[in-house]
Write a protein that binds this ligand. Structure first.
Ligand SMILES: [Zn+2]
Length: 359
């Protein structure tokens, strides 16, 4: 079975400004890299075109008031916050991004491919039901999960590894016990939420797990989170589908965050995620691109790394561009690891009343 990649050249048409971190080169450079590496010549890879999500799909997550606002402002140009302008025509491209996530889920569900990477933009995980934020307009992964739920998929595990807390996704599924939202994110950092005590409400209590990462957290730290928290909870939750909010802004060269992941580290984390999907849900796994702003020195390599891992390729060739490597030593990895141990302890304490593995 193959690995799908969702992409459309219209994703390059969205631009808030040429110097905005979330700019079209994020995907343009990744595509160049994938072509150079011969990814699309590999018989294990299938390039899939998305279609726009329907308004009905969007309304499963967002309020009518917000959708009407976006449609209106998208015709003339508007504004949500300082990081998130509404350029003319963004609504159509945001619908194509959400539709890309849905198409990825459909391709997996229909067994056209084993798993799929939705290489889409604009990103989505900060978008709440009633407003966009932080470069996001529509919550792509949430729209995808609501689409899956309508097609009989009951239990979805979201792994949001973007460096920023997925506050929009958390809010959407906060009271849903069928969607386990696990977020790792740098703290302190935008948007300022994602403490361990934010753990869900009502039926959803215990089904939101926030793991704050100290600045400097490295590949080793992430692996510790996977072993100590993600694997035991996945074993107990037993998901029917795994959805990754793949934010690639944990890389040590990312200009707007302070973590210390490498491209190889990303590939290894995805390898572990693929193993979980094989173990619990017949390999059903979709990764949806979120952030990642080291446009030249990281994003093409981290994206390549996760695609290679999803397709079961040899990841030993995934390397960092050598001229950037000296930067890695400035990120305080040892200090971060000790603080991360404390944070994991806090997470286990909060969740010991919901999960047997922590009690
Ligand atoms: Zn981010």
């Amino acid at each position: 079975m193959k690995t799908g990649i969702i992409y459309h050249k219209k994703y390059l048409e969205h631009e808030q400004s040429p110097t905005h971190p979330e700019r079209k080169e994020r995907l343009a450079y990744t595509m160049d890299q994938l072509i150079e590496e011969g990814i699309f010549d590999n018989p294990a890879i299938e390039l899939i075109e998305p279609v726009e999500a329907t308004i009905e799909d969007v309304l499963e997550v967002h309020t009518k008031e917000y959708v009407d606002f976006l449609i209106r402002e998208s015709k003339k140009g508007g504004f949500i916050d300082w990081d998130t302008n509404i350029p003319v025509g963004v609504f159509e491209i945001a619908r194509l991004a959400a539709g890309g996530a849905i198409r990825a889920a459909e391709a997996v569900l229909e067994e056209e491919v084993r798993n799929c990477f939705a290489m889409i933009r604009p990103p989505g995980h900060h978008a709440k039901p009633y407003i966009g934020a932080g470069f996001c307009y529509l919550n792509n992964i949430a729209i995808m999960i609501r689409w899956l739920q309508k097609r009989g998929i009951e239990k979805v595990m979201i792994l949001d590894w973007d460096a920023h807390h997925g506050d929009g996704t958390q809010e959407i599924f906060y009271d849903d016990d069928n969607v386990l939202f696990i977020s790792t994110h740098q703290m302190p950092l935008y948007p300022g939420t994602g403490f361990p005590y934010e753990c869900g409400t009502g039926r959803g209590e215990g089904f939101t797990i926030n793991i704050p990462l100290p600045p400097g957290t490295s590949d080793e730290g992430y692996m510790m989170v996977i072993e100590e928290v993600i694997k035991p909870v996945a074993e107990e939750f037993h998901p029917d589908f795994i959805a990754v909010s793949a934010g690639q802004d944990n890389h040590f060269t990312d200009p707007i965050t302070g973590l210390a992941l490498t491209a190889r580290g990303y590939a290894e984390i995805m390898q572990e995620t693929v193993k979980l999907s094989d173990k619990y849900c017949n390999g059903r796994l979709v990764a949806v691109l979120e952030g990642g702003y080291s446009v030249e020195s990281a994003l093409p390599y981290t994206n390549l790394g996760i695609i290679a891992a999803m397709a079961g390729m040899d990841i030993s060739c995934i390397r960092e561009p050598l001229n950037y490597l000296p930067e890695l030593k400035y990120r305080k990895k040892e200090v971060a690891l000790r603080k991360l141990e404390d944070n994991i302890g806090d997470v286990k304490k909060v969740h010991s009343k919901y999960w047997k593995c922590f009690s």
